[in-house]
Design a binder for this molecule. Structure first.
Ligand code: PRP
Ligand code: URA
Length: 206
């Protein structure tokens, strides 16, 4: 298992705003955007580059380009809350979408949409969803990305539950997981405790 807890004082402060029941939709959205933007640096730290040549106003010098194209894939709905923080930095990344919702009784992921760029196989794919609860949704999304040809996938969430992290890493041990917090446990409804509640509802005000 490759698990990265992304630690930063500003992330910790924004995460407290995200968790708080007193944060309204605007505060929740703003803080999630900030955390995504900050996490982007750590998530992309080990991306490979290739040498290039750059002409400055004075002379030619060595430059660097990312070795592979980037594809960001938010899991609908709540994953879109992390998307703009990443595109702020990775301005030319392509974006795919996976639509999943968790069945309220069984907690199993139900897939309803998939659309991704054709070059999945050659790209670095960054899968985005704020919550890793049972791990079913993220693992199902990775199943689908692999079926469509992706080989280099990393998963980014805000909050992971130990149960979800274990389940996800058993199904996809080679996929690194980045989280801003590892919480205590799941409750009887498979919500993360202490968590933040329902990420999609809070982000979209539903
Ligand atoms: C939430 C969250 C994840 C999933 C995590 O989505 O955004 O996709 O639950 O739970 P899991 O790890 O147990 O699968 P939800 O099903 O509420 O859909 P929504 O984003 O459309 O509200
Ligand atoms: N989905 C959420 O939005 N929150 C949880 O705590 C678990 C699943």
């Amino acid at each position: 298992m490759s698990f990265h807890l992304v630690e930063h004082p500003v992330i910790r402060e924004r995460l407290s705003r995200i968790r708080s029941i007193d944060s309204d939709t605007a505060a929740f959205r703003g803080a999630m955007h900030d955390v995504a933007r900050l996490m982007c640096y750590e998530v992309t730290r080990d991306l490979e580059t290739r040498p290039t040549t750059v002409q400055t106003p004075l002379c030619q010098t060595e430059g660097h380009a990312l070795a592979r194209p980037l594809i960001l894939v938010p899991i609908l709905r709540a994953g879109t809350g992390l998307l703009n923080g990443f595109t702020d930095i990775l301005t030319d990344a392509a974006v795919g979408h996976i639509g999943l919702y968790r069945d309220e009784e069984t907690h199993q992921p139900m897939r309803y949409y998939f659309k991704a760029p054709a070059n999945l196989a050659e790209a670095e794919v960054i899968l985005l969803d704020p919550m890793l609860a049972t791990g079913g949704s993220a693992a199902d999304a990775v199943d689908e990305l692999k079926r469509e040809g992706a080989t280099r996938i990393r998963f980014v969430c805000l909050i992971a539950a130990p149960e979800g992290l274990a389940a996800f890493s058993t199904r996809h041990p080679e996929v690194p997981v980045y989280a801003a917090a590892l919480d205590q446990c799941l409750n009887e409804r498979a919500y993360i405790v202490p968590g933040l509640g329902d990420a999609g509802d809070r982000y979209f005000g539903t």
